[in-house]
Structures are given as structure tokens and as C-alpha cells.
Write a protein that binds this ligand. Structure first.
Ligand code: G3P
Ligand code: CA
Length: 246
């Protein structure tokens, strides 16, 4: 295993905990994952919340769009029981809450914030995320990723020192031109891209690539030759020495 390869817990340790909850993030720090990946959306009153879907239907006991709830309503939903009844006390976290917690850790946990603005255009999501990162002085520990090129371009215009990553699916042939134009500093992709000729080429041009979502050693072993910078996984403990101790 490459010494410098990093392991990010995808939506926290989402294989064993309800995704995008504090329980899932705490589990990532417990196994000393290098980083956590999480997804953000915006509430009706402009709070940045950590949830993957545009609606709360799949991962809470409520129904409706995140953008239609104010934070005071949203925070009351149970975001854990859908996964297992023992997590019934979990709620949707604010990004602020997660970043505050990161500052209390005894090692510099990386935070990959995925802006989920490829379906809904959330006004000023970029400014709000950057403001929170500034507030906690976590610029060097955060990576902002998105499938939305315009959003990444905006982030780069607002703050070109923060690391940005373009999220892709499949193997886009014009990827080099796209990442140079946005511009971004890294690419988050599937294994097929990492193993492709174009994937090798972008790495040679200096773009780190992080691969999602790799959940088994056999998937991982196929990637070793591709020399990827990081793996984004639902089960970081498979790849790390420390095991979760309940
Ligand atoms: O960041 C990689 C991965 O999280 C993108 O897909 O659907 O899990 O957010 P998704
Ligand atoms: Ca994500």
C-alpha cells in the first residue's frame, strides 16, 4: 500500500453508520481516516446542512425538499433510524457543527465538502461554505468538490487558494481542457477513469485523482498500479490499521 495514499470516509463511515451524521464522522476519526467526504445543501433560511439528497425522504423520518424547510424545522427530524433504530438520536448536522468538531480533534482530519448544487441552484452556497471554512481556519484541511463546473469556477474566483476538485462520472475525453478552463486542482472520479489512459495523462499533468467509491480490497488492489492519491470509501477501516472498537 502506498505510504502517501489517503483514505476518505464517504459520507462518514456510511457502511456502518447513518450517512452524513455526526456518528458517521466520529467513526471516521476513530479509525484515523485521513479525511471525511460529506454533502451539503441549503435550507430555506440559508443554513448549510449536511445531507446527500435534495429531499429528506430517504435518510430521515420526514418528507420534502431541504430547501423548503427552515433550520429550526429540519433539525428536529430523525436522521438515523432509517439505518438502524439505535441511531434514532442522530439529526441532520449543520456544516458549521461538523467543522467546529473537526477543530477539536487531535489530528488534522481533511474535509471534502461536496456542494450538491448540480440539480438545485442554491443561491450563495459557495460564499456560505467558504465563510464557514474561514471562520474555523480550516482552509488547509478542506477540499471543495462538485459536479457543477460553474460552481467550481465561482469558488476559484472567490478564493483561488482553497483546493477544488471536479467530480466526474465515466471517462470524459475532453477532461484536460475542462479542468484547465474551470480551473480546478484535482479530479474525483470512478475507478474506470483512474485506470484509463486519459486518467494516467491527467495525473502526469499534475492533477491528483481521488477515486470513489471503493469498498473492497479486491477493488482497491486493481487500482494500486494507477497510483491514485486517495480512495473515498464507505468502509475506511478495511484499509487502515485501526479497527472500530464499539
Ligand atoms: O465525492 C464522491 C461521491 O460522493 C460522489 O457521489 O452520490 O456519493 O455524492 P455521491
Ligand atoms: Ca458525495
Amino acid at each position: 500500500m502506498g505510504e502517501t495514499r489517503q483514505f476518505f470516509a464517504h459520507r462518514g463511515v456510511s457502511g456502518e453508520y447513518p450517512e452524513n451524521t455526526m456518528a458517521a464522522f466520529r467513526a471516521a476519526a476513530k479509525v484515523k481516516a485521513h479525511g471525511v467526504e460529506l454533502d451539503v445543501q441549503l435550507t430555506k433560511d440559508g443554513e448549510v446542512v449536511v445531507i446527500h439528497d435534495e429531499t429528506i425522504d430517504r435518510t430521515t423520518n420526514g418528507i420534502g425538499y431541504v430547501k423548503d424547510f427552515v433550520w429550526n424545522q429540519l433539525k428536529r427530524f430523525d436522521a438515523g433510524s432509517w439505518f438502524h433504530p439505535k441511531f434514532s438520536r442522530e439529526s441532520i448536522p449543520l456544516l458549521e457543527e461538523v467543522l467546529q468538531w473537526v477543530t477539536t480533534l487531535n489530528y488534522p482530519l481533511l474535509v471534502n465538502v461536496e456542494l450538491k448544487n448540480d440539480i438545485i441552484d442554491y443561491p450563495e452556497l459557495e460564499e456560505k461554505v467558504l465563510h464557514l471554512i474561514d471562520m474555523f481556519h480550516l482552509q488547509s484541511q478542506c477540499i471543495l468538490s462538485s459536479f457543477n463546473k460553474a460552481s467550481l469556477k465561482k469558488i476559484n474566483e472567490l478564493n483561488d487558494s482553497i483546493e477544488t476538485a471536479y467530480l466526474i462520472e465515466g471517462i470524459p475525453v475532453d477532461i484536460l481542457k475542462v479542468v484547465e478552463n474551470i480551473p480546478v486542482k484535482a479530479i474525483h472520479c470512478e475507478a474506470s477513469f483512474a485506470q484509463s489512459i486519459i486518467g494516467k495523462k491527467v495525473q502526469e499533468r499534475g492533477y491528483p485523482i481521488r477515486v470513489f467509491t471503493i469498498n473492497t480490497m479486491s477493488e482497491y488492489n486493481k487500482l494500486i498500479k494507477s497510483n491514485v492519491s486517495a480512495i473515498i470509501t464507505d468502509y475506511p477501516e478495511i484499509f487502515l490499521e485501526n479497527k472500530i472498537i464499539e
